[in-house]
Design a protein around this ligand. Structure first.
Ligand code: ATP
Ligand code: MN
Length: 539
Protein backbone atom coordinates (compact mmCIF):
# COMPACT_ATOMS: atom_id res chain seq x y z
CA UNK A 1 0.00 0.00 0.00
CA UNK A 2 1.17 3.53 -0.72
CA UNK A 3 0.29 6.78 1.02
CA UNK A 4 1.27 10.34 0.29
CA UNK A 5 2.37 12.14 -2.87
CA UNK A 6 4.71 10.70 -5.48
CA UNK A 7 5.36 10.81 -9.22
CA UNK A 8 3.23 7.86 -10.40
CA UNK A 9 5.84 7.04 -13.06
CA UNK A 10 8.59 6.76 -10.47
CA UNK A 11 7.32 4.82 -7.49
CA UNK A 12 9.43 2.29 -5.60
CA UNK A 13 7.61 -0.40 -7.56
CA UNK A 14 8.63 1.05 -10.91
CA UNK A 15 12.19 0.96 -9.53
CA UNK A 16 11.77 -2.75 -8.86
CA UNK A 17 11.39 -2.45 -5.10
CA UNK A 18 8.28 -4.44 -4.33
CA UNK A 19 6.64 -6.41 -1.57
CA UNK A 20 6.98 -3.75 1.11
CA UNK A 21 4.29 -3.01 3.70
CA UNK A 22 2.95 0.53 3.64
CA UNK A 23 5.12 3.04 1.80
CA UNK A 24 4.73 6.62 3.03
CA UNK A 25 5.77 9.05 0.30
CA UNK A 26 6.94 12.55 1.09
CA UNK A 27 5.20 13.01 4.42
CA UNK A 28 5.60 16.49 5.86
CA UNK A 29 6.99 17.33 9.27
CA UNK A 30 3.78 17.01 11.37
CA UNK A 31 2.97 13.57 9.97
CA UNK A 32 6.54 12.36 10.29
CA UNK A 33 6.60 13.37 13.94
CA UNK A 34 3.24 11.68 14.51
CA UNK A 35 4.52 8.50 12.85
CA UNK A 36 7.78 8.51 14.80
CA UNK A 37 5.92 8.93 18.09
CA UNK A 38 3.36 6.30 17.17
CA UNK A 39 6.14 3.82 16.32
CA UNK A 40 7.87 4.54 19.62
CA UNK A 41 10.98 5.87 17.86
CA UNK A 42 11.26 8.87 20.17
CA UNK A 43 9.51 11.33 22.42
CA UNK A 44 7.99 14.73 21.93
CA UNK A 45 10.19 17.49 23.34
CA UNK A 46 9.64 21.09 24.36
CA UNK A 47 8.42 23.27 21.51
CA UNK A 48 7.51 20.18 19.47
CA UNK A 49 11.00 18.81 18.94
CA UNK A 50 11.56 15.10 18.42
CA UNK A 51 13.86 13.46 20.99
CA UNK A 52 15.57 10.32 19.73
CA UNK A 53 18.48 8.11 20.56
CA UNK A 54 20.54 6.33 17.92
CA UNK A 55 21.40 3.26 19.98
CA UNK A 56 24.76 1.59 19.63
CA UNK A 57 26.13 3.91 16.95
CA UNK A 58 26.35 7.51 18.07
CA UNK A 59 28.64 8.53 15.22
CA UNK A 60 29.46 7.59 11.65
CA UNK A 61 31.14 4.28 10.79
CA UNK A 62 33.81 5.37 8.28
CA UNK A 63 35.46 1.96 8.28
CA UNK A 64 32.28 0.29 7.06
CA UNK A 65 31.83 2.56 4.09
CA UNK A 66 32.52 0.99 0.69
CA UNK A 67 32.60 2.07 -2.92
CA UNK A 68 31.68 -0.59 -5.44
CA UNK A 69 34.65 -1.18 -7.73
CA UNK A 70 33.10 -1.19 -11.19
CA UNK A 71 35.05 -0.57 -14.39
CA UNK A 72 33.65 2.92 -14.83
CA UNK A 73 35.03 4.22 -11.53
CA UNK A 74 37.99 1.93 -10.85
CA UNK A 75 40.70 4.35 -12.00
CA UNK A 76 39.06 7.48 -10.58
CA UNK A 77 38.73 6.46 -6.95
CA UNK A 78 41.42 6.99 -4.33
CA UNK A 79 41.49 3.36 -3.18
CA UNK A 80 44.11 3.99 -0.47
CA UNK A 81 41.41 5.73 1.54
CA UNK A 82 38.20 4.18 0.21
CA UNK A 83 37.27 0.55 0.75
CA UNK A 84 36.27 -1.39 -2.32
CA UNK A 85 33.28 -3.75 -2.58
CA UNK A 86 32.91 -6.16 -5.47
CA UNK A 87 29.92 -5.65 -7.81
CA UNK A 88 28.85 -9.23 -6.98
CA UNK A 89 28.95 -8.54 -3.24
CA UNK A 90 26.86 -5.45 -3.81
CA UNK A 91 24.29 -7.31 -5.91
CA UNK A 92 23.86 -9.90 -3.15
CA UNK A 93 23.64 -7.11 -0.57
CA UNK A 94 20.88 -5.43 -2.55
CA UNK A 95 18.91 -8.66 -3.01
CA UNK A 96 19.25 -9.55 0.67
CA UNK A 97 18.26 -6.09 1.75
CA UNK A 98 15.14 -6.17 -0.42
CA UNK A 99 14.24 -9.56 1.02
CA UNK A 100 14.71 -8.15 4.52
CA UNK A 101 12.50 -5.16 3.71
CA UNK A 102 9.58 -7.30 2.52
CA UNK A 103 6.41 -6.64 4.46
CA UNK A 104 7.91 -3.74 6.42
CA UNK A 105 6.75 -0.14 6.23
CA UNK A 106 9.09 2.40 4.66
CA UNK A 107 9.29 6.19 4.41
CA UNK A 108 10.33 7.87 1.19
CA UNK A 109 11.56 11.45 0.74
CA UNK A 110 12.19 12.89 -2.71
CA UNK A 111 14.76 15.61 -2.19
CA UNK A 112 17.79 17.11 -3.82
CA UNK A 113 21.32 18.17 -3.02
CA UNK A 114 22.67 21.46 -4.40
CA UNK A 115 21.04 24.89 -4.09
CA UNK A 116 22.28 25.90 -7.55
CA UNK A 117 19.63 24.61 -9.98
CA UNK A 118 22.35 24.05 -12.61
CA UNK A 119 24.13 21.53 -10.42
CA UNK A 120 21.48 19.87 -8.30
CA UNK A 121 21.19 16.14 -7.79
CA UNK A 122 17.78 14.56 -7.24
CA UNK A 123 17.96 11.93 -4.53
CA UNK A 124 15.33 9.58 -3.18
CA UNK A 125 15.87 8.54 0.42
CA UNK A 126 14.06 5.39 1.56
CA UNK A 127 14.20 4.81 5.31
CA UNK A 128 12.88 2.27 7.72
CA UNK A 129 12.71 4.87 10.50
CA UNK A 130 10.21 7.71 10.34
CA UNK A 131 12.62 9.96 12.19
CA UNK A 132 15.35 9.36 9.59
CA UNK A 133 12.81 10.59 7.05
CA UNK A 134 12.31 13.76 9.12
CA UNK A 135 16.07 14.15 9.57
CA UNK A 136 16.91 13.93 5.90
CA UNK A 137 13.99 16.19 5.00
CA UNK A 138 15.57 18.83 7.24
CA UNK A 139 19.10 18.25 5.99
CA UNK A 140 18.67 18.00 2.21
CA UNK A 141 16.80 20.45 0.02
CA UNK A 142 13.05 20.15 -0.36
CA UNK A 143 11.41 20.51 -3.78
CA UNK A 144 8.20 22.52 -4.15
CA UNK A 145 5.14 20.34 -3.51
CA UNK A 146 4.08 20.43 -7.19
CA UNK A 147 7.55 19.36 -8.33
CA UNK A 148 7.08 16.08 -6.48
CA UNK A 149 4.66 14.98 -9.21
CA UNK A 150 7.41 15.02 -11.81
CA UNK A 151 10.31 14.02 -9.57
CA UNK A 152 12.74 11.52 -11.10
CA UNK A 153 15.31 10.24 -8.64
CA UNK A 154 18.81 10.11 -10.01
CA UNK A 155 20.21 8.28 -7.00
CA UNK A 156 18.37 6.23 -4.40
CA UNK A 157 19.48 5.68 -0.83
CA UNK A 158 18.00 2.80 1.12
CA UNK A 159 18.59 2.84 4.85
CA UNK A 160 17.57 -0.15 6.93
CA UNK A 161 19.08 -0.12 10.43
CA UNK A 162 17.57 -3.50 11.32
CA UNK A 163 19.37 -5.21 8.42
CA UNK A 164 22.61 -7.01 9.25
CA UNK A 165 25.24 -7.43 6.57
CA UNK A 166 27.25 -10.61 6.19
CA UNK A 167 30.93 -9.75 5.54
CA UNK A 168 31.62 -12.98 3.58
CA UNK A 169 28.57 -12.78 1.40
CA UNK A 170 28.52 -9.04 0.86
CA UNK A 171 32.25 -8.37 0.65
CA UNK A 172 32.15 -5.91 3.53
CA UNK A 173 33.78 -5.59 6.94
CA UNK A 174 31.05 -6.06 9.54
CA UNK A 175 27.29 -6.19 10.08
CA UNK A 176 27.22 -2.47 9.49
CA UNK A 177 27.48 -1.41 5.88
CA UNK A 178 27.38 1.74 3.78
CA UNK A 179 27.82 0.88 0.10
CA UNK A 180 27.90 3.34 -2.81
CA UNK A 181 27.35 2.02 -6.31
CA UNK A 182 27.85 4.74 -8.93
CA UNK A 183 26.80 2.46 -11.80
CA UNK A 184 23.56 1.27 -10.26
CA UNK A 185 22.99 4.72 -8.71
CA UNK A 186 22.24 3.18 -5.36
CA UNK A 187 23.48 3.68 -1.83
CA UNK A 188 22.66 0.99 0.70
CA UNK A 189 22.98 1.58 4.42
CA UNK A 190 22.40 -1.14 7.00
CA UNK A 191 23.11 -1.94 10.61
CA UNK A 192 23.36 1.59 12.02
CA UNK A 193 20.77 4.06 13.25
CA UNK A 194 23.12 7.04 13.11
CA UNK A 195 21.24 9.51 10.89
CA UNK A 196 24.34 11.41 9.82
CA UNK A 197 25.20 8.54 7.43
CA UNK A 198 22.30 9.63 5.20
CA UNK A 199 23.54 13.16 4.67
CA UNK A 200 27.21 12.28 4.40
CA UNK A 201 26.52 9.69 1.70
CA UNK A 202 24.95 12.38 -0.47
CA UNK A 203 28.02 14.51 0.23
CA UNK A 204 30.27 11.67 -0.92
CA UNK A 205 28.24 11.34 -4.12
CA UNK A 206 28.60 15.03 -4.93
CA UNK A 207 32.29 14.96 -4.04
CA UNK A 208 32.70 12.32 -6.71
CA UNK A 209 30.49 13.87 -9.38
CA UNK A 210 31.19 17.61 -9.21
CA UNK A 211 34.94 17.84 -9.92
CA UNK A 212 34.28 16.53 -13.43
CA UNK A 213 32.12 19.61 -13.98
CA UNK A 214 34.89 21.90 -12.68
CA UNK A 215 33.10 22.44 -9.36
CA UNK A 216 35.05 22.29 -6.13
CA UNK A 217 33.10 20.38 -3.45
CA UNK A 218 34.04 21.50 0.06
CA UNK A 219 33.58 20.25 3.60
CA UNK A 220 32.98 23.75 4.89
CA UNK A 221 30.39 26.13 6.25
CA UNK A 222 29.69 29.45 4.55
CA UNK A 223 28.20 32.86 5.20
CA UNK A 224 28.17 36.30 3.62
CA UNK A 225 27.96 39.94 4.68
CA UNK A 226 24.40 41.25 5.06
CA UNK A 227 23.03 42.28 1.68
CA UNK A 228 26.33 41.48 0.00
CA UNK A 229 26.84 37.91 -1.25
CA UNK A 230 30.02 39.10 -2.99
CA UNK A 231 31.56 39.18 0.48
CA UNK A 232 31.39 35.43 1.08
CA UNK A 233 33.49 33.45 3.53
CA UNK A 234 33.90 29.69 3.71
CA UNK A 235 35.10 27.80 6.79
CA UNK A 236 36.79 24.46 6.17
CA UNK A 237 37.32 22.16 9.12
CA UNK A 238 37.05 18.65 10.45
CA UNK A 239 34.43 17.60 12.96
CA UNK A 240 34.33 19.71 16.09
CA UNK A 241 36.46 22.56 14.78
CA UNK A 242 33.59 25.07 14.66
CA UNK A 243 32.08 25.10 11.16
CA UNK A 244 28.51 25.11 12.42
CA UNK A 245 29.20 27.27 15.48
CA UNK A 246 31.13 30.02 13.70
CA UNK A 247 29.03 30.20 10.54
CA UNK A 248 25.91 31.00 12.61
CA UNK A 249 27.06 34.57 13.19
CA UNK A 250 24.26 37.03 14.01
CA UNK A 251 26.16 39.69 12.02
CA UNK A 252 26.29 37.64 8.81
CA UNK A 253 23.93 35.74 6.54
CA UNK A 254 24.20 31.96 6.89
CA UNK A 255 24.58 30.05 3.61
CA UNK A 256 25.16 26.66 5.18
CA UNK A 257 26.99 24.83 7.95
CA UNK A 258 28.71 21.81 6.38
CA UNK A 259 28.83 21.11 2.63
CA UNK A 260 29.22 23.53 -0.28
CA UNK A 261 30.22 23.67 -3.91
CA UNK A 262 32.27 26.38 -5.63
CA UNK A 263 31.35 26.76 -9.29
CA UNK A 264 32.04 29.47 -11.88
CA UNK A 265 29.01 31.27 -10.47
CA UNK A 266 30.08 31.24 -6.82
CA UNK A 267 29.27 29.09 -3.81
CA UNK A 268 26.17 27.05 -3.16
CA UNK A 269 25.03 24.94 -0.25
CA UNK A 270 24.45 21.27 -1.00
CA UNK A 271 21.99 21.07 1.87
CA UNK A 272 18.86 22.66 3.25
CA UNK A 273 19.50 22.22 6.94
CA UNK A 274 22.07 22.09 9.71
CA UNK A 275 23.32 19.42 12.07
CA UNK A 276 24.75 21.09 15.16
CA UNK A 277 26.54 19.68 18.15
CA UNK A 278 24.68 20.41 21.38
CA UNK A 279 27.29 19.51 23.97
CA UNK A 280 27.63 22.49 26.33
CA UNK A 281 25.52 24.54 23.94
CA UNK A 282 25.06 27.89 25.61
CA UNK A 283 22.30 30.40 25.04
CA UNK A 284 24.80 33.19 25.52
CA UNK A 285 27.64 32.02 23.21
CA UNK A 286 25.46 30.42 20.52
CA UNK A 287 22.00 32.01 20.76
CA UNK A 288 20.93 31.13 17.21
CA UNK A 289 21.63 27.42 17.53
CA UNK A 290 20.31 27.27 21.09
CA UNK A 291 16.92 28.58 19.92
CA UNK A 292 16.51 25.72 17.44
CA UNK A 293 16.47 23.18 20.28
CA UNK A 294 12.95 24.35 21.12
CA UNK A 295 11.53 24.66 17.63
CA UNK A 296 8.91 22.47 16.04
CA UNK A 297 10.32 19.39 14.35
CA UNK A 298 13.97 19.85 15.30
CA UNK A 299 15.41 16.36 15.69
CA UNK A 300 17.37 16.08 18.93
CA UNK A 301 19.73 13.13 19.06
CA UNK A 302 21.27 11.37 22.02
CA UNK A 303 20.61 14.03 24.61
CA UNK A 304 19.75 13.40 28.23
CA UNK A 305 16.57 15.17 29.32
CA UNK A 306 14.17 15.39 32.25
CA UNK A 307 11.64 12.59 31.77
CA UNK A 308 8.75 14.78 32.86
CA UNK A 309 9.47 18.28 31.64
CA UNK A 310 11.69 17.15 28.71
CA UNK A 311 14.10 19.89 29.62
CA UNK A 312 17.42 19.19 27.89
CA UNK A 313 20.63 18.75 29.82
CA UNK A 314 23.35 20.26 27.65
CA UNK A 315 26.11 19.25 30.05
CA UNK A 316 25.26 15.55 30.34
CA UNK A 317 27.23 13.70 27.67
CA UNK A 318 26.63 10.24 29.14
CA UNK A 319 25.05 8.93 25.90
CA UNK A 320 27.78 10.43 23.74
CA UNK A 321 29.73 13.69 23.49
CA UNK A 322 28.48 13.74 19.87
CA UNK A 323 24.93 14.75 20.82
CA UNK A 324 23.27 16.81 18.08
CA UNK A 325 20.25 18.59 16.74
CA UNK A 326 19.06 18.74 13.12
CA UNK A 327 16.90 21.56 11.80
CA UNK A 328 16.07 23.31 8.52
CA UNK A 329 18.28 26.26 7.54
CA UNK A 330 15.49 28.80 8.01
CA UNK A 331 15.41 28.04 11.75
CA UNK A 332 18.48 30.29 11.87
CA UNK A 333 16.88 33.73 11.60
CA UNK A 334 19.48 35.25 9.30
CA UNK A 335 19.87 32.30 6.96
CA UNK A 336 20.03 32.99 3.23
CA UNK A 337 16.76 32.12 1.49
CA UNK A 338 18.69 31.05 -1.63
CA UNK A 339 21.61 29.29 0.09
CA UNK A 340 23.84 30.82 -2.61
CA UNK A 341 26.93 32.97 -2.15
CA UNK A 342 29.55 34.66 -4.27
CA UNK A 343 33.12 33.54 -4.89
CA UNK A 344 34.75 33.27 -1.45
CA UNK A 345 36.61 36.45 -0.59
CA UNK A 346 37.99 34.78 2.52
CA UNK A 347 38.81 31.14 3.07
CA UNK A 348 39.15 30.09 6.69
CA UNK A 349 40.72 26.79 7.61
CA UNK A 350 39.58 25.83 11.09
CA UNK A 351 41.62 23.55 13.27
CA UNK A 352 41.12 22.48 16.86
CA UNK A 353 44.71 22.21 18.05
CA UNK A 354 44.64 20.53 21.44
CA UNK A 355 48.45 20.79 21.63
CA UNK A 356 48.02 24.54 22.17
CA UNK A 357 50.67 25.38 19.57
CA UNK A 358 48.89 27.08 16.66
CA UNK A 359 47.96 30.77 16.98
CA UNK A 360 44.29 31.80 17.13
CA UNK A 361 44.61 33.22 13.61
CA UNK A 362 47.27 33.28 10.89
CA UNK A 363 47.32 34.57 7.31
CA UNK A 364 48.34 32.00 4.70
CA UNK A 365 49.92 32.39 1.29
CA UNK A 366 48.16 30.36 -1.43
CA UNK A 367 50.91 27.72 -1.20
CA UNK A 368 50.57 27.55 2.59
CA UNK A 369 46.82 27.27 2.19
CA UNK A 370 47.35 24.29 -0.11
CA UNK A 371 49.72 22.75 2.42
CA UNK A 372 47.15 23.04 5.21
CA UNK A 373 44.29 21.93 2.97
CA UNK A 374 46.12 18.75 2.00
CA UNK A 375 47.27 18.19 5.59
CA UNK A 376 43.82 18.65 7.11
CA UNK A 377 45.03 18.87 10.68
CA UNK A 378 42.98 18.86 13.82
CA UNK A 379 43.26 16.99 17.11
CA UNK A 380 40.99 15.07 19.36
CA UNK A 381 41.21 15.29 23.08
CA UNK A 382 41.56 12.00 24.88
CA UNK A 383 39.17 12.68 27.73
CA UNK A 384 36.87 9.73 27.25
CA UNK A 385 39.55 7.17 28.05
CA UNK A 386 40.90 7.26 31.57
CA UNK A 387 44.60 7.91 31.96
CA UNK A 388 45.01 9.22 28.42
CA UNK A 389 45.93 12.87 28.61
CA UNK A 390 47.86 13.44 25.37
CA UNK A 391 45.79 14.93 22.55
CA UNK A 392 45.51 12.73 19.47
CA UNK A 393 46.60 14.38 16.23
CA UNK A 394 44.33 13.80 13.24
CA UNK A 395 45.35 14.51 9.67
CA UNK A 396 42.38 14.12 7.37
CA UNK A 397 43.10 15.48 3.92
CA UNK A 398 40.84 18.12 2.37
CA UNK A 399 39.43 18.47 5.90
CA UNK A 400 37.22 15.48 5.13
CA UNK A 401 39.06 12.37 3.92
CA UNK A 402 36.16 9.99 4.72
CA UNK A 403 33.95 11.80 2.19
CA UNK A 404 36.46 12.19 -0.63
CA UNK A 405 36.29 9.42 -3.26
CA UNK A 406 38.97 11.01 -5.46
CA UNK A 407 42.64 11.67 -4.85
CA UNK A 408 43.31 14.66 -2.59
CA UNK A 409 45.54 16.33 -5.20
CA UNK A 410 42.55 16.52 -7.54
CA UNK A 411 40.57 18.58 -5.02
CA UNK A 412 43.72 20.49 -4.08
CA UNK A 413 44.43 21.53 -7.68
CA UNK A 414 40.83 22.64 -8.21
CA UNK A 415 40.85 24.72 -5.04
CA UNK A 416 44.19 26.24 -5.85
CA UNK A 417 43.03 27.26 -9.30
CA UNK A 418 39.91 28.92 -7.90
CA UNK A 419 41.81 30.74 -5.16
CA UNK A 420 44.20 32.14 -7.77
CA UNK A 421 41.42 33.09 -10.20
CA UNK A 422 39.29 34.89 -7.62
CA UNK A 423 42.02 36.19 -5.34
CA UNK A 424 40.68 34.79 -2.07
CA UNK A 425 42.56 35.51 1.15
CA UNK A 426 43.27 32.41 3.24
CA UNK A 427 43.48 32.14 7.02
CA UNK A 428 44.21 29.39 9.51
CA UNK A 429 42.17 29.65 12.72
CA UNK A 430 42.84 27.60 15.83
CA UNK A 431 39.65 27.08 17.84
CA UNK A 432 41.46 24.63 20.12
CA UNK A 433 43.73 25.16 23.10
CA UNK A 434 45.52 28.20 24.40
CA UNK A 435 47.72 28.67 27.48
CA UNK A 436 49.02 25.11 27.23
CA UNK A 437 47.96 21.81 25.74
CA UNK A 438 44.78 19.99 26.67
CA UNK A 439 44.96 19.26 30.39
CA UNK A 440 46.86 22.48 31.22
CA UNK A 441 45.46 25.21 29.00
CA UNK A 442 41.88 25.99 28.08
CA UNK A 443 39.75 26.08 24.94
CA UNK A 444 39.94 29.29 22.96
CA UNK A 445 37.04 31.52 24.02
CA UNK A 446 34.40 31.56 21.26
CA UNK A 447 34.21 35.34 21.74
CA UNK A 448 37.89 35.74 20.85
CA UNK A 449 37.57 33.52 17.78
CA UNK A 450 34.53 35.48 16.64
CA UNK A 451 36.28 38.83 17.17
CA UNK A 452 39.27 37.69 15.12
CA UNK A 453 37.03 36.38 12.35
CA UNK A 454 35.11 39.64 12.29
CA UNK A 455 38.38 41.55 11.85
CA UNK A 456 39.53 39.17 9.11
CA UNK A 457 36.24 39.29 7.23
CA UNK A 458 35.62 43.06 7.44
CA UNK A 459 39.15 43.67 6.17
CA UNK A 460 40.40 45.54 9.25
CA UNK A 461 42.87 42.78 10.11
CA UNK A 462 44.79 43.56 6.90
CA UNK A 463 46.06 46.75 8.61
CA UNK A 464 47.31 44.96 11.72
CA UNK A 465 51.02 44.44 12.38
CA UNK A 466 52.07 40.86 11.61
CA UNK A 467 54.98 38.65 12.65
CA UNK A 468 56.23 35.62 10.79
CA UNK A 469 55.76 32.40 12.75
CA UNK A 470 59.05 30.60 13.39
CA UNK A 471 57.59 27.14 13.20
CA UNK A 472 55.11 27.32 10.35
CA UNK A 473 56.19 30.36 8.36
CA UNK A 474 52.73 31.95 8.20
CA UNK A 475 51.94 35.49 9.31
CA UNK A 476 50.34 36.11 12.68
CA UNK A 477 48.87 39.46 13.77
CA UNK A 478 50.47 40.88 16.90
CA UNK A 479 47.75 43.38 17.73
CA UNK A 480 44.11 43.62 16.69
CA UNK A 481 42.60 47.08 16.93
CA UNK A 482 39.23 47.71 18.56
CA UNK A 483 38.72 44.12 19.53
CA UNK A 484 38.36 42.25 22.78
CA UNK A 485 41.38 40.13 21.93
CA UNK A 486 44.38 40.77 24.22
CA UNK A 487 47.75 40.81 22.42
CA UNK A 488 49.08 37.95 24.51
CA UNK A 489 46.43 35.58 23.14
CA UNK A 490 47.81 36.13 19.63
CA UNK A 491 51.16 34.65 20.61
CA UNK A 492 50.60 31.13 21.95
CA UNK A 493 54.18 30.88 23.21
CA UNK A 494 53.51 33.73 25.62
CA UNK A 495 50.30 32.11 26.89
CA UNK A 496 52.27 29.10 28.12
CA UNK A 497 53.83 29.24 31.61
CA UNK A 498 56.92 27.51 30.26
CA UNK A 499 58.16 28.89 26.92
CA UNK A 500 60.70 26.08 26.52
CA UNK A 501 57.90 23.53 26.87
CA UNK A 502 56.02 25.40 24.15
CA UNK A 503 59.01 25.22 21.83
CA UNK A 504 59.32 21.47 22.38
CA UNK A 505 55.61 20.94 21.75
CA UNK A 506 55.76 23.13 18.63
CA UNK A 507 58.72 21.17 17.27
CA UNK A 508 56.78 17.95 17.80
CA UNK A 509 53.78 19.30 15.94
CA UNK A 510 55.91 20.50 13.01
CA UNK A 511 57.40 17.01 12.88
CA UNK A 512 53.93 15.42 12.79
CA UNK A 513 52.94 17.70 9.90
CA UNK A 514 56.11 16.83 8.00
CA UNK A 515 55.69 13.08 8.46
CA UNK A 516 52.10 13.20 7.37
CA UNK A 517 52.81 15.40 4.37
CA UNK A 518 55.46 13.10 2.91
CA UNK A 519 52.68 11.11 1.15
CA UNK A 520 51.69 14.11 -1.03
CA UNK A 521 55.09 15.44 -1.98
CA UNK A 522 55.49 13.66 -5.28
CA UNK A 523 52.13 14.87 -6.58
CA UNK A 524 52.22 18.56 -5.75
CA UNK A 525 53.45 21.92 -6.99
CA UNK A 526 56.99 22.99 -6.17
CA UNK A 527 56.06 25.94 -3.96
CA UNK A 528 53.89 23.75 -1.73
CA UNK A 529 56.66 21.17 -1.68
CA UNK A 530 59.09 23.90 -0.61
CA UNK A 531 56.96 24.58 2.46
CA UNK A 532 56.87 20.90 3.28
CA UNK A 533 60.63 20.61 2.96
CA UNK A 534 61.27 23.75 5.00
CA UNK A 535 59.08 22.34 7.78
CA UNK A 536 60.75 19.00 7.66
CA UNK A 537 64.10 20.79 7.99
CA UNK A 538 63.05 22.92 10.94
CA UNK A 539 61.55 19.93 12.75
P1 ATP B 1 30.88 18.67 12.39
O1 ATP B 1 31.63 18.54 11.08
O2 ATP B 1 30.99 17.42 13.20
O3 ATP B 1 29.49 19.15 12.21
P2 ATP B 1 31.70 21.36 13.19
O4 ATP B 1 32.96 21.81 12.54
O5 ATP B 1 30.44 21.92 12.65
O6 ATP B 1 31.69 19.77 13.28
P3 ATP B 1 30.80 22.48 15.65
O7 ATP B 1 29.54 21.71 15.68
O8 ATP B 1 30.72 23.94 15.35
O9 ATP B 1 31.87 21.76 14.72
O10 ATP B 1 31.53 22.23 17.04
C1 ATP B 1 32.43 23.08 17.68
C2 ATP B 1 32.29 22.83 19.16
O11 ATP B 1 33.33 23.46 19.88
C3 ATP B 1 30.99 23.38 19.69
O12 ATP B 1 30.50 22.51 20.66
C4 ATP B 1 31.41 24.72 20.28
O13 ATP B 1 30.58 25.12 21.34
C5 ATP B 1 32.81 24.38 20.82
N1 ATP B 1 33.75 25.51 20.89
C6 ATP B 1 34.43 25.87 21.98
N2 ATP B 1 35.24 26.90 21.73
C7 ATP B 1 35.11 27.20 20.42
C8 ATP B 1 35.71 28.19 19.57
N3 ATP B 1 36.62 29.06 20.01
N4 ATP B 1 35.30 28.24 18.28
C9 ATP B 1 34.40 27.34 17.81
N5 ATP B 1 33.82 26.39 18.58
C10 ATP B 1 34.15 26.31 19.88
MN1 MN C 1 28.77 20.98 11.79
Amino acid sequence: MAKGRVNPNHTLETQGITGLGTVYYNLREPDLIAQALCLGEGELGQGGTLLVSTGKFTGRSPNDKHIVKTDSVADKIWWDANRAMSPEGFDRLYDDMLAHMAGRDYFVQDLFGGADPAHKLDVRVVTELAWHSLFIRHLLRRPEAEDIDSFEPEFTIINSPSFRADPERHDCRSETVIALNFDRKLILIGGTEYAGENKKSVFTLLNYMLPEKGIMPMHCSANHAPGNPVDTAVFFGLSGTGKTTLSADPERVLIGDDEHGWSDRGTFNFEGGCYAKTINLSREAEPEIYETTQKFGTVIENMVYDPETKELDFEDDSLTPNMRCAYPLDYISNASPTALGGHPKNIIMLTCDAFGVLPPIARLTPAQAMYHFLSGFTSKVAGTERGVTEPQPTFSTCFGAPFMPRRPEEYGALLREKIAKHGATCWLVNTGWTGGAYGTGSRMPIKATRALLTAALDGSLEDAPFRKDKNFGFEVPTHVKASAVPDILLDPRRTWDDAAAYDRQAAKLVQMFAENFAQYEEHIDDDVKAIAIREAASA
